[in-house]
Design a protein around this ligand. Structure first.
Ligand code: ADP
Ligand code: MG
Ligand code: ZN
Length: 610
């Protein structure tokens, strides 16, 4: 599908670069000049015969520029002559009724004037258009200077010597670093892979919120691999002209091919990579064409001969066109999560190197007070603290400065969830531990556990992630019940431990009820109602009041059953719950591997999303 382009009638035609078009225009102009010359013959007259003709009133008009004289005779034929230096008898011409025009330029100008003005007009048009696009681009290389560079990729290229970042500078995100390790290895020695016919992935998608270090990580990969790095932002591809984005993609990849092994980094790929068919208008066509070109380019190179790794970053993986994620394209996803406690401490240490810090500063403590901060936030925190210290003319940045800076950033971010009390953290830890434990203890009915976190994210306090073992199209009754039971685990743990409940479980109940309802009215998984499809769409199917009550009872029964099951599991494994919760409070995020180790459980086979 990536190869058929919806728009073939766009201007410029897709395979034609602007340079070629400009070339054609010039050729056209030259042809015009030739034509101009051929339409009349010009007689070369000597100056004396010219004067004779004037005296015979045979000259109608002349155009004088410098020493060159061009003119028309009374019979309409044209002539040309050169006059001797500074000798021109203006009175003679006037007396014989010759029309005189003067040009300051050389005689050629006359011939060119028509063509020239046409060309000037065209150039003006080009300049105007280019200026329009240039002024939108990143400063410096825009504007009229960009005349012949419109289809250039706009990518910045960094040679290895210019890349100063390595993995040392990226603190935390150990999982992501690990996953990128073989990409680095491949870029360093592609022959090793080629020999065995191993095909490396072409595209890596870095997924994470703003400021989590995606750009930093991509650069560090280039730094580690010691290879050139092409960097461009998704929005740089998009211009007012249809076709420019696609041309830029083409240009980017042709440059990358010349410098392989190398990395092409496309930041904010969602700007071009939104799924096609969303939105309307010309700008959209342009984006789709650009996306199509990107897909074509990615399909077009062969990693074994051209070791190019395309790394893209996004914080909106959900809006990406599915075609981008297919095998052979961005088929490897690397998550760049919010830093956990230990990572935050490490990030603080990395950035504190550039600042004079008081001896008594405990980065662990600061890290503890900054859950939900990204790497960029932490960098900002140090900077703000240094500013606060400078204002006071202090020698060193003190803990008070950090407090001040933190409050300022928190206010700015309005991240209210961040100011969790210790009590909140504890409750969240048990809640998430409850989910995780139930999930672990229901091996056949649920997806394998992926990770558990109590790092606040948006409005939710914690998350327990699972990973589907395979793409799911259907869910068995047992699986549906498994999901509901896991959802109950959070509330159950809270109740058992604290003897009170928090609002954190509202989401869980919503999800559980949804599934239970679907089981009853859509999938016929309820004994009492049988295998009848009770549509919920108003007007489509109306069921009786009695049926409605029956549905509600059934939903309730399912949920109650699952709740009891979760309670049983957690009561039986109370020690494990405590261990998990304590570990979560300490580390904030636990990967499945750590959990298996901690609880001494045999790991389930985990399918990696590759
Ligand atoms: P993103 O591209 O995900 O929005 P960036 O890579 O631009 O984030 O990060 C912005 C800045 O924050 C980086 O330049 C770096 O100084 C700092 N930063 C982010 N994550 C980390 C990290 N893990 N270690 C050290 N610094 C980080
Ligand atoms: Mg970035
Ligand atoms: Zn929950």
């Amino acid at each position: 599908m990536n190869k058929n382009f919806k728009k073939n009638n766009s201007f410029p035609p897709k395979n034609m670069s602007w340079t070629v078009i400009l070339g054609l225009v010039v050729l056209g102009l030259l042809a015009l000049v030739k034509l101009n010359e051929m339409t009349y013959t010009i007689d070369d007259l000597s100056y004396s015969s010219f004067l004779r003709k004037v005296e015979k009133n045979e000259v109608k008009k002349v155009n004088v520029s410098g020493k060159d004289v061009q003119g028309t005779l009374a019979d309409g034929s044209r002539f040309e002559t050169v006059m001797p230096a500074s000798e021109f008898d203006w009175d003679l011409l006037r007396n014989h009724g010759v029309e005189v025009a003067l040009s300051s330029e050389s005689g050629l100008f006359g011939m060119w004037s028509l063509v020239g003005s046409f060309a000037v007009l065209l150039l003006l048009l080009f300049f105007m258009l280019f200026f329009r696009q240039g002024s939108r681009g990143s400063g410096g290389n825009g504007g009229a200077g960009n005349l012949f560079a419109i289809s250039r990729s706009k990518a910045k290229m960094f040679m290895p010597s210019a890349i100063k970042v390595t993995f040392k500078d990226v603190a935390g995100v150990s999982e992501a670093k690990e996953e990128l390790q073989d990409v680095i290895d491949y870029l360093k020695s592609p022959d090793k892979y080629r020999r065995l016919g191993a095909k490396m992935t072409k595209g890596v998608l870095l997924v994470g919120g703003p400021g989590t270090g995606k750009t930093l990580l991509a650069r560090a990969v280039a730094g580690e691999a010691n290879c050139p790095f092409f960097s461009i932002s998704g929005s740089d591809f998009i211009e007012v002209f249809v076709g420019v984005g696609a041309a830029r993609v083409r240009d980017l990849f042709s440059q990358a091919r010349k410098h392989a092994p190398c990395i092409v980094f496309i930041d904010e790929i969602d700007a071009v990579g939104r799924h096609r068919g969303s939105g309307t208008g010309g700008g959209n066509d342009e984006r789709e064409q650009t996306l199509n070109q990107l897909l074509t380019e990615m399909d077009g190179f062969d990693t074994s001969n051209e070791p190019i790794i395309v790394i893209a970053a996004t914080n909106r993986p959900d809006v990406l066109d599915r075609a981008l994620l297919r095998p052979g394209r961005f088929d490897r996803r690397v998550d760049v999560p919010l830093p956990d406690l230990v990572s935050r401490e490490q990030i603080l240490q990395v950035h504190a190197k550039n600042v004079k810090i008081a001896d008594d500063i405990d980065f662990k403590k600061i890290a503890r007070g900054t859950p939900g901060f990204t790497g960029a936030d932490l960098e900002n925190l140090i900077n703000e603290a240094a500013i606060a210290a400078s204002k006071k003319n202090s020698e060193l940045v003190s803990i008070d400065d950090f407090e001040e800076a933190r409050d300022k950033i928190l206010l700015g971010k309005e991240l209210k969830t961040i100011s969790l009390t210790e009590e909140d953290r504890k409750m969240t830890a048990y809640h998430e531990a409850g989910h995780a434990l139930v999930q672990l203890m229901l091996p056949e009915d649920t997806d394998p556990l992926h990770k558990v976190s109590i790092i606040p994210r948006g409005r939710s306090l914690g998350v327990t992630h699972s990973m589907p073992e395979r793409e799911k199209y259907t869910m068995t009754k047992r699986e549906a019940e498994g999901v509901i039971t896991v959802a109950m685990g959070g509330r159950v743990a809270e109740t058992l431990v604290f003897d009170e409940v928090a609002t954190g479980a509202a989401n869980d109940f919503e999800k559980a009820t949804d599934i239970a309802r679907s089981m009853v009215v859509r999938y016929g998984m309820s004994g009492a109602l049988g295998t009848v499809h009770y549509s919920q769409q108003p007007g489509e199917f109306v069921y009786s009041q009695k049926t409605a009550e029956l549905i509600d009872t059934e939903v309730r029964n399912i949920i109650d059953g699952c709740y009891q099951r979760a309670k049983q599991i957690i009561t039986d494994n109370r020690d494990k719950l405590e261990t998990l919760a304590a570990a979560l409070l300490e580390k904030e995020t636990l990967q499945s591997g750590e959990i298996y180790e901690l609880l001494d459980i045999k790991p389930r086979q985990e399918f990696k999303l590759t």
